[in-house]
Design a protein around this ligand. Sequence first.
Ligand SMILES: NC(=O)c1ccc[n+]([C@@H]2O[C@H](COP(=O)([O-])OP(=O)(O)OC[C@H]3O[C@@H](n4cnc5c(N)ncnc54)[C@H](OP(=O)(O)O)[C@@H]3O)[C@@H](O)[C@H]2O)c1
Ligand SMILES: CC(C)=CCC[C@@H](C)[C@H]1CC[C@H]2C3=C(CC[C@]12C)[C@@]1(C)CC[C@H](O)C(C)(C)[C@@H]1CC3
Length: 637
Amino acid sequence: MTMPSVKYQRGEMVMGRWPGSSLYYEVKVLRYDASSQLYTVIYKDGTELELKEQDIKNAAGFQTRSRSRSRSRSPGRRRSRSRSPARTTRRSSSRTAAAVATAAITESAPTSRRDAKLKDTPEVRLSPLKQTKAAENNSNNKHEKKEEKQKEENNTANKVNESESKVEAESEKNQGRYNLRRRKDDGDAKALEIKPEKLEEKDAKLAAASAASLSSPLDFGGKMASLLCFVLPPGAYFWLLFLPAWVLFLVLQVNLEDPSLANFPPLLPPFEAFWDAQALGFVILWVLFQVLLYILPVGKLSEGMPLRSGERLKYRTNGFFAIAVSAVAVVAAVHQGVDLTYIHSHFLQLATASLLISVLLSIYLYVRSRYAAPEQLALGGNSGNVVYDFFKGHELNPRIKDFDLKFFCEMRPGLIGWCLINFAMALAEMKEQSLNAPSYSMILVNLFQLLYVLDGLWNEEAILTTMDLMHDGFGFMLAFGDLVWVPFTYTLQAYYLVSHPNLLSLPALAAIVTLKLVGFYIFRKSNSEKNAFRRNPSDPKLSHLKTIPTATGKSLLVSGWWGVVRHPNYLGDLMMALAWSLPCGFSHLLPWHYMIYFIILLVHRDSRDMSECRRKYGSAWDEYCRTVRYRIIPRVY
Ligand SMILES: NC(=O)c1ccc[n+]([C@@H]2O[C@H](COP(=O)([O-])OP(=O)(O)OC[C@H]3O[C@@H](n4cnc5c(N)ncnc54)[C@H](OP(=O)(O)O)[C@@H]3O)[C@@H](O)[C@H]2O)c1
Ligand SMILES: CC(C)=CCC[C@@H](C)[C@H]1CC[C@H]2C3=C(CC[C@]12C)[C@@]1(C)CC[C@H](O)C(C)(C)[C@@H]1CC3
C-alpha cells in the first residue's frame, strides 16, 4: 500500500537523521501523519521516531564507511588506548546506546587530525550546542581550553567538568524536535556519514550525548507501552479508589478503642460524618497561609536541575522560614485560646476536606496539562490514557507564573501540617489522659518527626535533585500523597498514642533515641553527599571519592556513602521510621503502618530507580551495581 502525495513511501528504506546530530542512519518508513506532517520511521535497533521531512534523505548518495574502517579504529580498541577515566573501571563490552554513539563518533570522523585528537580525549567528551557560528567557535575554544586546563589540574580524578549539566540539558533539548516512541534495545545501529554535510566533532559528541539520553524514554516507553495499555489503567483505577478509601479507613480505625485487625471492618459512619464545611474552611486557610509564606520574597532562590528544554527553573527555598513563622502563629493562636484538639476530634472531616482539595487540584492539573507544550510533560504519565495520566501526572513542573505547584505541595502544607497535627495530638493526649505534659512516647514521636521535617526544610534545595522533582509528573498521586497521605497517615503514631498510652523504660528510650540519631546521620550525610556531588562534581570536599564516568557526562559515586549500598539514604530513612514506631509498642499494627508502607515504597522506588539508572547510564550503571552489590541493607538486601 502506498501513501499518496507523500515524498517517502511506507516500507521505503531511507536515511533518517539521528536527533541532535548530523548523523544519518538507515531507517524504514512506517507511516506518515498528514496532520502533524511527521514520518514515523524505525531504526535498525528497533527505535521508532517521528521525523520531519527535512530530517529524511534518500538512501542514494550516501556512502557507507563503517565496514571499511580499520579495526584499530573501533571504539573498543580506541577505548583501550584512551586516557579516559572510564578505562580503569569500565570493562563491559555490551553495546549500549553510549557505545553505539561512540561508534558513531569514530566511524564518521572526517579527518585524521581529528582522529589523532580523539585518541587523547576521553571517549565521550561533550561540548555545548552552538548558538551562532561565531559564538559557537568562541565558546567552543573557551570550552576546550577550559577542559584541557581542568584535565591538567585534575588528571587523576574521575570527574566530569562543570559544563556537563549544561551539555546534558542541551542534548536533551534536541529531544523536543522529535517525538520519541520506543526503542527495543540498544542494538548495533550503524552510523553512516552524510557526505555533503561535513560532520563536526562537536556534533558527533553531541550525538553521543543525545543517543545516551534518548535511549531513556525509548527503552522505558518500549517496555512500558504494552504494559501501560493493559495493566496500568486498571491499576490506576484501583489506586485512585483504593488510596483515598484506605486513608479514610485508617482514620476511622485509629478512632476505635481497640484498633486491631479483629475489628475489621469498622462500622461505616453516616455520610454526614465525613463532611464539615468548617473543617474545609480551616484546610483552605492553612493552604493559603502557606501560599503566602511561600511567595514572600524571603530566602534563597535556588536553581533546579536542567530540564529537557535546557532551562533551569528557580525555586524559592524558604521552607525553614515558613515552618518557623507557622510555629510562631500556632503558639500565638494557642495562647489566644484556640483549641487545637479540634484537629484530633475532627480528623476524619479534615482528611475528607483535604481529599476534596487534592482531587480538585488534580483535575486542574490534568486539564492544564492538555494545553502544555510537549517539552513540559513528564516522560512517564504521558501514555495518552486519561485515567493513567491523571493519576501519574502529566505535566512535569506546573507553574502559575513563578509559583511551582509541585514543589509547594511537596514541601509546605502537608509537611508542615504533619508537625501541626502531631503537636495537636500531644495536646489531645494531655487532655484525654489528664496529663500535665505529654508522655515520653508522644514526645519522642513529636521530636523525631519534627526533626525529620525541619531537616527536609533546612535542606530544601536537596529536594530539587530527587526523583519526584526531576522526573515525575504532578498529578493525583503526588497531590494526594502530599496533601492527604503525608498529613493523615504519617501522623498515625501520634494519633494512636492519644488514647493508647505506651510506657517506655529508660533503656528502651535510650535505644530508640540512638537508633533515630544513627539513622538520621546516615540519611543526612548520604543525601548531602549526593546532592553536593550532583550540584558540583568538582567540589574539592568530594575529591577523595571514587567515581565512575557515564556516557551522559554525569558520573556515579562509587565510594563514600554511595559505595556502601546503592541507597544509603533509604537505609537511614528506614532506621528512622523504625524509631518512630517503636515508642508505640507492639499491641497494634496501626502505628506500624508507616513502617510497612515505607518498606514497600522504598523497595519499589529502588527498583524504579534501578531501571531508570540502567537506562540512563547503561554499562556504567551495571558496573556500579557490580561494585556496590547491595541495594539498601549491607549484606542483606
Ligand atoms: N518519608 C517519605 O515518605 C519518603 C518517601 C520517599 C523518599 N524519601 C526520601 O527522600 C530522599 C530522596 O529519595 P529519592 O527516591 O528521590 O531517591 P534518591 O536516592 O535521592 O535519588 C536517586 C537518584 O540519585 C542518583 N544516584 C543514584 N546513585 C548514585 C550514585 N552512586 N552517585 C550519584 N548519584 C546517584 C540518580 O539520579 P541522577 O543520576 O539522575 O542524578 C538516582 O536516580 C531519600 O532520602 C528518601 O529516603 C522519603
Ligand atoms: C500516594 C502515595 C501512596 C504515595 C505518594 C508518595 C509521596 C507521599 C512521597 C513521595 C516522595 C516523598 C518525599 C517526602 C514526603 C513524602 C513523599 C512526597 C519528603 C518531602 C519528606 C521529608 C524529607 O526530608 C524529604 C527527603 C524532603 C522527602 C522527599 C520525598
